[in-house]
Design a protein around this ligand. Structure first.
Ligand code: GLU
Length: 427
């Protein structure tokens, strides 16, 4: 019985982001004339685990029911890989969409992983550190048979950090009866984490800026940069831009925004955020309404926070020549069309932010071999992998006359398709 892939039902995973991810995949698959059996197979995740569990608040008598998820999109290429996010609105559909994006991302930079993603529906900012630790340990127990160094390897994502990864590693190790650092990446170095993981996504993203700027004829020295999000990705992207000689003129986060036409002192802003938890109140810059960020007069725009922020409603206002996507899924399909027709050069998330998972891969390899690399080795290998992927994607984009997102997805989907065809169907 043959099935038109367009008729496949994804009710289980339905959400705006999942629909967006599938529509994007279908568009590229059609453009590639992808085998319809493969297309239908790749539209839905291979495994999806949904759990609920009790969580005791610091106030001992209060026990809440929490929802958690782990989705593995593709098991063909090796273990699955992807972050765990903590956010008040996480749902199965969002996690499934992000797992699919992880598959393309890993394939684009050539890592031996399929995509996965996990999530817990809590607002980590509203919880104490002890509460975040308890949620993490119980969530890890709920998914413990689903993860492992050669099965599925979590990492940080929105709302989680190296402490959370340390608790995942400790909980898993305690239950299997021996230390198992390779079960998770983005851990503290004391537990087998790698140096330079925290900086990896922002650094990897900005390592593509010189090649992107050359391609569009933009002078980097003095170029003005605006960044949405000042967490892990935004901070290190800002620092890397400054090191290249750009001026970071604006940054925003959930608390507010900062603007300085002559360029912010990024390290000073980072120190302020470390101390106060947000940008609001930073004394040496003007306060800015975060809603104005995308329309700012600048050369480089870096969305480095959440998904779905550049939309049909604001894409036409973007004045930047280059958009570097640090976040996952920051640009909707409709906005993408507007940016492309306005000649904005977009380095898409699946390529641009792949530095994080690339250094996660380095961490996993180091843990499996019990042999650790120096920071300079990691930085050099990251740069090499990112820039090779960028130039391959740029070649595809020129050869096939498509934008960078389509070209990147074509590269990823080709790789996955080759692997699927080589493995065949069992039985
Ligand atoms: N959460 C990051 C991402 O979306 C990193 C995933 C990983 O390192 O496995 O790419």
């Amino acid at each position: 019985m043959s099935e038109n892939p367009k008729d496949a039902t994804e009710l289980e995973w339905d959400s705006p982001l999942y629909r967006e991810a599938v529509a994007q995949f279908d568009r590229v698959a059609d453009r590639m004339s992808l085998d319809s059996n493969i297309q239908s197979r790749l539209r839905t995740p291979q495994r999806a685990l949904s759990v609920t569990f009790p969580f005791r608040r610091d106030e001992y008598d209060t026990v809440e029911t929490v929802f958690g998820y782990r989705v593995q999109h593709l098991l063909t290429m090796g273990p699955t890989k992807g972050g765990i996010r903590y956010a008040h609105d996480v749902n199965l559909g969002e996690v499934a969409a992000l797992a699919m994006l992880m598959t393309w991302k890993c394939a684009i930079v050539g890592l031996p992983f399929g995509g996965a993603k996990g999530g817990v529906r809590i607002d980590p900012r509203a919880l104490s550190r002890a509460e975040v630790q308890r949620v993490t340990r119980r969530y890890t127990m709920e998914i413990i048979n689903f993860i492992g160094p050669d099965q599925d390897i979590p990492a940080p994502d929105l709302g989680t950090d190296e402490h959370v990864m340390g608790w995942v590693m400790d909980t898993y190790s305690t239950h299997v009866g021996h230390s198992e650092p390779a079960v998770v990446t983005g851990k503290p170095p004391a537990l087998g984490g790698t140096v330079a993981r925290r900086e990896a996504t922002g650094r990897g993203l900005v390592s593509l800026l010189p090649a992107a700027a050359t391609h569009v004829g933009l002078k980097i020295d003095g170029a003005r940069v605006a960044i949405q999000g000042f967490g892990n990705v935004g901070q290190f992207a800002a620092l890397a831009c400054e090191q290249l000689g750009c001026k970071v003129i604006a940054v925003t986060d959930v608390t507010g925004g900062l603007f300085d036409e002559s360029g912010l002192d990024v390290e000073k802003v980072m120190a302020f955020v470390e101390e106060t938890g947000g940008l609001v109140g930073f004394p040496d810059a003007d306060a800015m309404d975060p809603a104005e960020l995308f329309a700012l007069d600048c050369e480089i725009l870096i969305p480095a926070a959440i998904g779905g922020v550049i939309t049909a409603a604001n894409a036409a206002d973007v004045k930047a020549k280059v958009v570097l996507e640090g976040a996952n899924g920051p640009t909707t399909g409709a906005a993408d069309d507007i940016l492309n027709s306005n000649g904005v050069f977009v380095v898409p998330d699946v390529l641009g932010n792949a530095g994080g998972v690339t250094v996660s891969y380095f961490e996993w390899v180091q843990d499996l071999q019990n042999y650790f690399w120096s920071e300079s080795e990691i930085v050099a290998r990251l740069r090499e992998i990112m820039n090779r992927a960028f130039s391959e994607v740029l070649d595809i984009s020129i050869r096939e006359k498509v934008d960078m997102r389509t070209a990147a997805l074509m590269k990823g989907i080709w790789r996955v398709t080759d692997a699927k065809l080589a493995r065949g169907v069992y039985p």
